[in-house]
Design a protein around this ligand. Structure first.
Ligand code: ADP
Length: 178
């Protein structure tokens, strides 16, 4: 566990659908109609109510975020955000990825949520280089805390050990572990 101001930051290796937090974040696509990777896992675990609510929302621009219930999952809400498809790094990908994290934090705060779990947005099918993406993720979360408000606990949930180690190194470099 790491501390940044009044926020506790955690890294977890595992499946985000199992997280018992106020909101898990989904790396969705612009349609919000489901897909592969973490998006598919969330819709499968949460059940059809999530898709029903997503259809009513009607899509989400890249870098923005929308919220639904979490259906059958132990969390209360799903914050659906859309990260960029990585092309060559010169198409504003960094700002869009940053916005995806920042706007997810903002929405969590609007709903008065205390605990939020993020997957590694854009680093699967969307091809964002993982090390760069992890730095942007952490920067956006820290900036939100500095500029807006704290959230009690933020979890970075990594789906494999290599990704976990990458975050562990980044957080160890950035903070002293508590
Ligand atoms: P994107 O299209 O934004 O790249 P993906 O779902 O393809 O989204 O991948 C994003 C990240 O989510 C990848 O690092 C992948 O390993 C991870 N991932 C896939 N399934 C899960 C899951 N059930 N829980 C947490 N992370 C997951």
């Amino acid at each position: 566990m790491y501390e940044y101001g009044d926020t506790k930051l955690h890294i977890v290796e595992g499946d985000i659908t199992k997280m018992e937090v106020d909101a898990i974040v989904n790396a969705a696509n612009n349609t919000l109609l489901g897909g592969g990777g973490v998006d598919g896992a969330i819709h499968r675990a949460g059940g059809p109510i999530i898709l029903e609510q997503c259809k009513k929302i009607g899509g989400c621009p890249t870098g923005e975020a929308r919220i639904t219930t979490a259906g059958n999952m132990p969390s209360k809400y799903v914050i659906h955000t859309v990260g960029p498809i990585y092309k060559d790094g010169t198409k504003g990908e960094d700002k869009l990825l940053y916005n995806a994290y920042y706007n997810s934090m903002k929405l969590a705060k609007e709903y008065k949520l205390k605990t939020v779990a993020f997957p590694s947005i854009s680093t699967g099918a969307y091809g964002y280089p993982k090390e760069e993406a992890s730095k942007i993720a952490l920067r956006a979360v820290m900036d939100f805390i500095d500029e807006e408000d704290y959230i009690e606990e933020v979890y970075f949930v990594l789906f494999n050990h290599k990704d976990y180690e990458l975050y562990e190194e980044l957080l160890n470099q950035t903070f002293k572990e508590q």
